[in-house]
Design a protein around this ligand. Structure first.
Ligand code: F0G
Length: 351
């Protein structure tokens, strides 16, 4: 028996695909909703992590990509294109390989993490490094897809967000209710839009009684939704969310307002502190952008905005192995030891 069938088959009634289409899946979804005892103790809330790094290509993008690629293949077009800070390109490359389609990925030169580039290379994508940022790449991808026979698989393609709703459904299915608060890192703002749509859909269908307050966190150097205006030259260590002009701006603001939530900015220092805390205290290795949800939770908690005893879910969006460079910075021990138990014991201060 094959086990978990991927999100399209698991939520067939909620994720429409074209009549007779073959489902393109790598078994995405069904990711852990992991209790976070250390964060719960720090905040006085019951905190869970939705560990999206457990998806096939190591990020939440796979939930949208299975749907986008299923539609793309059914359309008869032979190629897909996307702009990306790295994870969308990794996911598109893998699903296109699976579907037998060609992929072109437009990425900002020098600003995508090593692991994501490795994925696109090995899956056989055409990688175009653009002398510009993500926003420039997205504009270029949209123009190309408008004029040439190629499917755009960024989250501006609405079927992507239908797939990404599945993370909210899984959380409700596991908890039997929606959380009180949901914290997310926000870049291009597709994911917060999709989660809110997923929660409200379940509530409308009577499957849960409540919807969560949506807390969206951006890096301080790339926080257009917090400032209320686009950022021309976004900058942050969290390269995945280095976005100055989010495509899903309006729907993200709607989600925040309708849910009684908030947008806030967190510094790179706080993002990296949360990144290290997740790895060293919870045993969960995420990429820096993913730690933004947890950095935001800790700031909100310190500001008294997390009621004691509330249930909080933080989505950690991508795997730590995506960005080994940031993990190793300043931490590499180079001195070799002799092959001698006494040397090992001394190094560990056991004697
Ligand atoms: N976290 C990670 C790891 C991401 O890769 C992204 C977006 C986000 C959070 C933010 O999600 O854009 O829906 O608000 N990455 C896109 C990409 C931009 O190209 O891979 P969002």
């Amino acid at each position: 028996k094959a086990g978990w069938p991927g999100i399209i088959n698991a939520y067939a009634s909620r994720i429409p695909i074209p009549e007779g289409a073959d489902v393109v899946t790598l078994g995405e979804g069904n990711t852990p909703l992991l209790a976070a005892p250390h964060l719960s103790q720090l905040t006085g809330a019951t905190v869970y992590l939705k560990v999206e790094g457990a998806n096939p290509t190591g990020s939440f993008k796979d939930r949208g990509m299975t749907v986008a690629m299923t539609h793309a293949r059914a359309s008869g077009l032979k190629a897909v294109i996307c702009a990306s800070t790295g994870n969308t390109s990794a996911s598109a490359s893998a699903y296109a390989a699976r579907a037998g389609l060609a992929t072109a990925v437009l990425v900002p030169q020098g600003k995508i993490a090593l692991g994501k580039m490795a994925q696109a290379v090995l899956h056989g994508a055409r990688i175009l490094q653009i002398d510009g940022n993500f926003d420039d790449c997205l504009e270029l991808a949209r123009k190309t897809a408008a004029d040439y026979p190629v499917t755009l698989v960024n989250s501006v393609n609405p079927v992507r967000l239908v797939g990404q709703k599945s993370a909210a459904w899984e959380i409700c299915d596991t908890l039997g209710t929606a959380p009180d608060i949901h914290c997310l890192p926000v870049g291009n703002a597709g994911n917060i839009t999709a989660y809110w749509a997923g929660y409200t859909e379940y509530a409308a269908d009577g499957l849960v009684e409540n919807t969560p307050r949506m807390f969206g966190f951006q890096a301080a150097g790339a926080a257009p939704l917090v400032h209320g205006e686009p950022v021309k030259t976004p900058e942050t260590v969290a390269t995945a969310i280095r976005v100055g002009s989010p495509a899903s701006w309006d729907s993200a603001v709607k989600a925040q307002r309708a849910s009684g939530g908030l947008f806030d900015a967190v510094t790179d220092e706080k993002i990296l502190a949360a990144y290290r805390l997740l790895a060293s205290k919870e045993g969960v290795f995420v990429e820096p952008a993913s730690a933004t949800s947890v950095a935001g939770l800790l700031v909100a908690s310190a500001d008294g905005r997390i009621p004691r005893g509330s249930t909080v879910v933080c989505t950690v969006t991508g795997h730590g192995l995506k960005d080994p460079g940031t993990a190793l910075e300043g931490n590499v021990e180079v001195e070799p030891l002799s092959v001698d138990p006494r040397a090992v014991a001394a190094a560990l201060e056991l004697s």
